[in-house]
Design a protein around this ligand. Structure first.
Ligand code: SAH
Length: 348
């Protein structure tokens, strides 16, 4: 991509539909100038800091049936697990020793974790680690539930919108789910006062450049604090088993575009990037990402949280994972930092 386009995006922090569609449709060739512009912007706001978030995948039970996801309810081959409150607290204690100051509880939509149970876990985490941020990523809930978790001490919530094109949403999810409800959840979360993370998969089945344009426009409307994207990766035990996975270069291009359009956003170098290529997370950092989410889940359950095939980091203990990530971050030219890592003001 030409230097002039990267410069234009950097200065304007926006573009018209025509330019965005062109960038989203063409086959990425050499995007070095784009990555460099994105890196310059992240350095303006965040220097060389990369924030660490300890991820606890606490249940792979799910009542939903998203067609792309390996832990969908309909996947009878998935071996299911749940962590007890004590196991979750132990993971967090280990994470605290390793220097993490944000804990992300992520899981399928598991009815076992009623609001009451989840609130108890959130308050216990908050009580034991008052200097840490508790992030939840447990899917679509009524507003009252989000409020209850907030009152219990949760301050951040990750809920990718997955696709902002209603027809595309309908091809990725069963009729019981809707883009409208997903959006309602995101706006409720914002209104309650959460720092909100949203995002989408890159290269999901039936995605078109127009879908991606809608994703960008929706994010501009939502103004999230965090934007999580990563290549779609196919899972053999889903209805999309035969579909191709997303592509690294397209993923990196979109990640850089997001950094230029949302200069202050927290953007993770996701596990999905590390799964499509061995150095995928390092490349994502160099293309504008500034967060990594090391896995804190007990090793015995790691492989079972199988959203897609060949997910990385399923064999190591938390401490090994920490060391490995720190080296990877340094090799990319950045520094792992252990502060709570709030966004540098609103995302835009
Ligand atoms: N139940 C929670 C957490 C979902 S898992 C929720 O609904 O938010 C976290 C993210 O993994 C999803 O939002 C989705 O974007 C991503 N994901 C799921 N299956 C995937 C796949 N096959 N390839 C790539 N990413 C996937």
């Amino acid at each position: 991509m030409q230097n002039s386009v990267s410069e234009f995006l950097r200065l304007r922090q926006d573009a018209d539909d025509g330019l965005l569609l062109r960038l989203l449709s063409e086959e990425p060739q050499d995007d070095t100038a784009l990555y460099e512009a994105a890196d310059a912007v992240r350095r303006t706001w965040y220097g060389d800091a990369v924030y660490l978030r300890g991820l606890i995948e606490f249940t792979n039970y799910c009542k939903n049936d998203c067609y792309y996801c390996g832990i969908r309810h309909g996947n009878t081959r998935a071996q299911r697990y749940r962590l007890t409150a004590d196991e979750i607290l132990d993971c967090a204690a280990e994470g605290y020793r390793l220097g993490y100051r944000t804990f992300v509880l992520q899981g399928g939509e598991d009815p076992y974790y009623t609001d009451e149970r989840l609130c108890e876990i959130v308050s216990a985490l908050h009580r034991e680690h008052p200097d840490c941020a508790v992030t939840l990523s447990v899917g679509e809930k009524p507003r009252e539930s989000y409020q209850a978790y907030f009152d219990a001490g949760a301050r951040r919530y990750l809920l990718r919108h997955e696709t902002a094109d209603a027809a595309h949403y309908g091809r990725l999810h069963p009729a019981s789910m809707s883009l409208e409800n997903r959006k309602r959840c995101l706006f409720d979360l914002k209104e309650i006062g959460y720092q909100v993370g949203s995002g989408f998969m890159i290269g999901s089945p039936y995605q078109t450049p127009e879908c991606l344009l809608r994703d960008i426009r929706f994010l501009q409307q939502l103004c999230p604090d965090m934007i999580g994207v990563g290549p779609y990766l196919t899972h053999p035990d889903t209805p999309f088993a035969g579909m191709p996975s997303g592509d690294l270069k397209r993923g990196l291009r979109i990640l850089s575009m997001l950094r230029l359009l949302f200069p202050k956003a927290l953007i993770p170098a996701t596990t999905a990037f590390g799964t499509v290529a061995p150095d995928g997370r390092e490349l994502a950092l160099k293309a504008g990402a500034n967060v990594v989410m090391p896995n804190l889940s007990p090793v015995r359950v790691r492989k079972l949280y199988s959203l897609y095939e060949n997910k990385i980091c399923t064999g190591e203990e938390a401490a090994e994972c920490r060391g490995c990530l720190e080296r990877r971050i340094a090799s990319a030219g950045y520094q792992a930092v252990t502060s709570v890592g709030d966004p540098a003001g609103s995302a835009r």
